[in-house]
Design a protein around this ligand. Structure first.
Ligand SMILES: Nc1nc2c(ncn2[C@@H]2O[C@H](COP(=O)(O)OP(=O)(O)OP(=O)(O)O)[C@@H](O)[C@H]2O)c(=O)[nH]1
Ligand SMILES: [Mg+2]
Length: 228
């Protein structure tokens, strides 16, 4: 039976702050907060979704031109659910597939991303973003494979561009091709005025991070890059 949650008991994000930009593994912040990474091709809507979830206009910088996000940007996010609280880092990743960056930079980036996605112990959830009008392609399948046993959620972005029936078909395709269960695939629209689907995503993230063993943040001074 589906549990009924009053508005007050639904998880929500009550605070979000920029922490740092990491250009290499040494730049990743020290600590043990669970990380939720936003991964996907350039322009798919990673930064916009992060802003929509946090209820902020321009916490993460968005742009019409692809390739806007050029580092791993860490944001500290506080969730509230009734009297309970949980903290996480949202990590906005540079998009892949952006042709205008030089090949050597692309290689360097993908090496950095591969290491981060494959090895970070703090990484609790990988949010794989898929454009509603494209569906999963080679790159998204590659990312999914790279994540192995890590918890992945697939987010079909720009859902406002499709009809409801088309979104249903796309969700089936994403589930099948990325080998994910029904509860791990969501469709979202992130732009102010058109926002849809964000509450369910917040709920799913919260369920995962609030079930994680808790560490008092100020006791966590070990350098996580040593674990990478
Ligand atoms: N219609 C519509 N447009 C969106 C939505 N989300 C993002 N966009 C637009 O898509 C473009 C790219 O959005 P970003 O959030 O910057 O994309 P990104 O994935 O962070 O891009 P990079 O940082 O370049 O990798 C912007 O013009 C956004 O306004 C959405 O839900 N619906
Ligand atoms: Mg971005």
């Amino acid at each position: 039976m589906e549990e009924h949650k009053s508005g007050k008991d639904k998880p929500r994000i009550i605070r979000s702050d920029f922490v740092t930009s990491a250009y290499d593994l040494d730049g990743i912040p020290v600590g043990c907060l669970p990380e939720v990474a936003f991964v996907g091709r350039s322009n798919v809507g990673k930064s916009s979704l992060l802003n929509a979830l946090c209820g902020r206009k321009s916490l993460a910088i968005t742009a019409k031109r692809p390739g806007r996000t050029q580092a791993l940007n860490f944001f500290k996010v506080e969730f509230a659910c009734g009297e309970s609280r949980a903290l996480a880092h949202f990590v906005d990743l540079p998009g892949f597939g952006y042709a205008k960056v030089s090949k050597s930079l692309r290689n360097q980036w993908s090496e950095f991303l591969v290491t981060y996605l494959g090895k970070s112990r703090q990484l609790e959830i990988v949010m794989i973003l898929v454009d509603a009008r494209r569906g999963p392609e080679e790159e998204e399948l590659w990312i999914r494979e790279l994540c192995g046993d890590k918890r992945c959620l697939a987010l079909i972005t720009k859902a406002d561009k499709l009809k409801q029936a088309e979104i249903g078909l796309m969700a089936n395709r994403v589930r099948e091709e990325l080998c994910l269960g029904r509860e791990s695939v969501f469709s979202v629209a992130s732009l102010p005025g058109k926002r849809k689907g964000t509450e369910r995503v917040i709920e799913s993230i919260y369920q995962r991070i609030s079930g994680r063993e808790e560490f008092p943040e100020d006791e966590l001074d070990e350098d996580i890059t040593e674990e990478l």
